[in-house]
Design a protein around this ligand. Structure first.
Ligand SMILES: NC(=O)C1=CN([C@@H]2O[C@H](COP(=O)(O)OP(=O)(O)OC[C@H]3O[C@@H](n4cnc5c(N)ncnc54)[C@H](OP(=O)(O)O)[C@@H]3O)[C@@H](O)[C@H]2O)C=CC1
Ligand SMILES: O=C(O)C1=N[C@H](C(=O)O)C[C@H](O)C1
Length: 269
């Protein structure tokens, strides 16, 4: 019988961490070997399964990845940028592959992540849902056809607790559009407008951001041209869509030796 892929989850008590652990428990191809939380968390030493109400998993909540390299195959991280880079360093040291879901990295931090991919295999994706990765394809095609004759806006909506903006997904959509249009996204973006802003500039992508309630994640791309408007929207109604994609990615990257990949490699779109 094939061995299960042994997974470490960081940010175990986070919104994504909890969803990932629940899905790992259900998946016959995976098992959880560590559930990591911030230092001095009150839950350290307790069984993660019992805390999440899904039955004892014999994995005690911990704040240190003090395992030697034989204890896990892949680490999945949905925490914050500083924490992710710490775990990435650990994975590189012990030649363990990593799935990164955390968003909000600077371009310098992305360069650091890329440098580690010479030693280990890394999957990083701002959005592990299949739907958003399909949307990337739809946006690329739409931009090729009507990008030159449209004002293009990206509207993203998330829960009130999201600490980064715009979303990683919105930026990824912006990069898809910029690549087609041969633009530098940093120079071709418009953010919140206030006061007498003047007429909208052409050749710029407008970003609009909403943080409210418990919105899981919604992204709308709007192409407005004279006489018509096209809107393409993806709505995530449950974090399970992200968790399933991240776990599929962990299974995919388990045996890879090195390299930097994203969800489109896993889906082989
Ligand atoms: N790529 C994708 O498909 C998706 C990406 N995301 C991204 O994932 C990230 C997390 O999102 P979400 O789960 O909603 O956020 P949460 O804040 O709910 O979860 C993050 C968790 O990480 C914990 N944490 C912080 N530092 C450390 C550390 N050093 N070691 C271990 N745990 C730590 C936090 O603890 P504490 O609360 O005590 O600070 C928290 O429990 C965000 O960047 C978000 O944008 C989210 C959904 C999908
Ligand atoms: O913080 C979230 O919740 C999400 N963040 C990701 C992003 O920044 O794009 C993905 C998803 O939209 C949910």
């Amino acid at each position: 019988m094939n061995k299960k892929t042994r997974i470490v989850i960081t940010g175990a008590m986070g919104r994504m961490g909890q969803m990932l652990i629940k899905e790992i428990k259900k998946n016959e191809q995976t098992c959880l070997t560590a559930a990591l939380v911030k230092k001095n968390c009150q839950l350290i030493g307790k069984d993660i399964g019992e805390i999440l109400g899904i039955g004892k998993m014999d994995v005690l909540i911990n704040d240190e990845l003090n395992m030697n390299k034989k204890d896990f195959d892949v680490l999945i991280d949905f925490t914050n940028t500083n924490s992710t880079l710490k775990y990435l360093e650990y994975c590189s040291k012990f030649k363990k592959n990593i799935v990164i879901g955390t968003t909000g990295f600077s371009s310098e931090e992305m360069d650091i992540i890329k440098s580690y991919s010479q030693d280990i295999a890394i999957i990083i994706s701002s959005n592990f849902s299949i739907g958003i990765n399909l949307l990337f394809q739809l946006i690329e095609k739409t931009t090729q056809i009507i990008g030159k004759s449209s004002d293009i806006d990206i509207l993203e909506y998330h829960h009130r607790n999201k600490i980064d903006a715009p979303s990683g997904t919105a930026l990824a959509i912006g990069e898809v559009i910029s690549k087609v249009m041969n633009w530098d996204l940093n120079k071709h973006s418009i953010y919140h407008k206030k006061g007498i802003t003047g007429i909208r500039e052409r050749k710029k992508i407008g970003f609009s951001i909403v943080r409210a309630g418990n919105i899981i994640g919604k992204h709308t791309v709007m192409f407005s041209s004279s006489g018509e408007e096209i809107k393409i929207t993806h709505t995530a109604s449950d974090r399970i869509s992200f968790a399933k994609g991240a776990i599929q990615s962990a299974l995919w990257i388990h045996k890879k030796k090195m390299g930097l990949f994203d969800m489109s490699d896993v889906l082989s779109f």
